[in-house]
Design a protein around this ligand. Structure first.
Ligand SMILES: *[C@@H]1O[C@H](CO)[C@@H](O)[C@H](O)[C@H]1NC(C)=O
Ligand SMILES: *[C@@H]1O[C@H](CO)[C@@H](O)[C@H](O)[C@H]1NC(C)=O
Ligand SMILES: *[C@@H]1O[C@H](CO)[C@@H](O)[C@H](O)[C@H]1NC(C)=O
Length: 359
């Protein structure tokens, strides 16, 4: 078998696995808050430089020290489907910047495909879809994270394709969609055309850990992407420097950009969306992660995959599932007294007066 056909066979195999959905935990987390706080990048700073949407355990705050506090111990509720998951997941919010007058409007969100959010029992409000994936081939055993573990994927300073993270991408939905996340249908920048089905933003974290450090100064170098998968996704083979295969974390954030679909905003290689950290290109999209599953719940869930009907948001044989209404009810007041545009109001500047840059 030639190299090319063996690659094709491998990806067909991986795609089939991806489609079977037996092999992962995948569930919704509703919005906890949108505010300017970031205990990972700006610990103790109130407010932090730009807004994030935060989901997960409600102990999240700007001054918590991830090195000493465990969200599973401090939280009293979580906005995620699995009620033993008090981890915090946070990403930038997206704004429409009016090409007519330069004011900003928060882009609304919508539910992800299939049962996620579309299910009566598990409705979802804003937030994101979280994935924990084992490798799709080879040794599929993974080691769950420990309390205090945290990481970042992506780089907010990027404004071009150079150096772009392999696992950061945007899908222009309803436009000849691809299949696997961050495949060739997706782009690291915001789509430069109107998307009939909105935009799906994907953040794929690395799946290999150095086994020692719960964090690193850049919040990245204690992790590495494995090989043998599809791009950033699902590789089973970890480098010797980062030998421990952990569950691969991925976020999907669904943005309802349809209210802004006017061809005049998409002429001449332009598009009207910006991220809250002042990125007018989308290349700087990034995600923050702080582990907070109770006791060994994550390990139990990963070990149960494919058994007793355990998959996606339905791993009731190993994990506790809460009603979607309870998850939605877990919210948190903003720690910063300012409007972030949640009521559809136009803002004269991005929260924190962040300037928008394109290179
Ligand atoms: C932040 O969270 C930590 C841990 O839950 C708590 O000790 C601290 O009081 C909180 N700080 C604020 C300002 O809410
Ligand atoms: C700014 O432009 C948007 C359309 O891009 C419009 O809906 C909004 O009303 C305008 N705001 C002002 C203050 O003119
Ligand atoms: C969820 O899992 C249970 C068994 O744990 C099964 O009976 C049920 O049909 C599953 N629901 C869905 C929607 O797959």
């Amino acid at each position: 078998m030639g190299w090319k056909s063996s690659v094709a066979v491998t990806s067909a195999f991986l795609l089939a696995h991806y489609a079977s959905a037996q092999s992962m935990l995948r569930f919704g987390c509703s919005q906890l808050v949108i505010e300017r706080s970031d205990p990972l990048v700006n610990p103790g700073l109130n407010p932090s430089s730009h807004t994030h949407q935060v989901v997960g355990g409600n102990s999240f705050n700007f001054s918590m020290d991830p090195a000493v506090m465990d969200p599973a111990k401090e939280s009293t509720c979580t906005s995620c489907t699995y009620s033993e998951d008090f981890s915090n997941y946070w990403t930038a919010s997206m704004y429409f910047r009016s090409p007519e007058n330069g004011t900003y409007k928060l882009v609304p969100q919508f539910a992800n495909w299939r049962r996620l959010g579309g299910d009566e029992k598990l409705p979802q409000e804003g937030g994101l879809t979280v994935y924990y994936m084992p490798p799709f081939g080879g040794n599929t055993k993974v080691t769950a994270f420990k309390p205090g573990f945290r990481m970042i994927a992506g780089d907010p300073n990027l404004r071009s394709k150079e150096g772009t993270y392999p696992g950061i991408c945007h899908r222009c939905q309803g436009n000849g969609d691809g299949f696997a996340p961050c495949d060739s249908h997706d782009t690291s920048e915001f789509p430069l055309k109107m998307c009939p089905g909105g935009i799906r933003a994907t953040v794929i974290f690395p799946g290999c850990w150095d086994g020692v450090n719960l964090d690193s100064p850049d919040h990245r170098s204690h992790m590495a992407y494995g090989t043998g998968g599809m791009g950033a996704l699902a590789g089973a083979d970890c480098p010797a420097t980062h030998p421990v295969r952990v569950p691969q974390v991925m976020y999907e954030i669904m943005w309802d950009t349809r209210p802004f679909n006017d061809q005049k905003y998409f002429e001449g290689g332009k598009q009207p969306f910006v991220y809250s950290f002042g990125d007018g290109t989308g290349h700087g999209q990034h995600g923050d992660y702080l582990f907070g599953w109770k006791d060994d719940a994550l390990q139990r869930g990963m070990d149960e995959l494919g058994k007793n009907g355990c998959y996606d948001d339905n791993c009731s044989s190993a994990l506790k599932i809460q009603d979607g209404k309870e998850a939605i009810a877990c919210t948190k007041a903003s720690q910063v007294a300012e409007s972030v545009g949640r009521n559809g109001e136009w803002l004269t500047a991005l929260p924190g007066n962040v300037p928008v840059t394109y290179k």
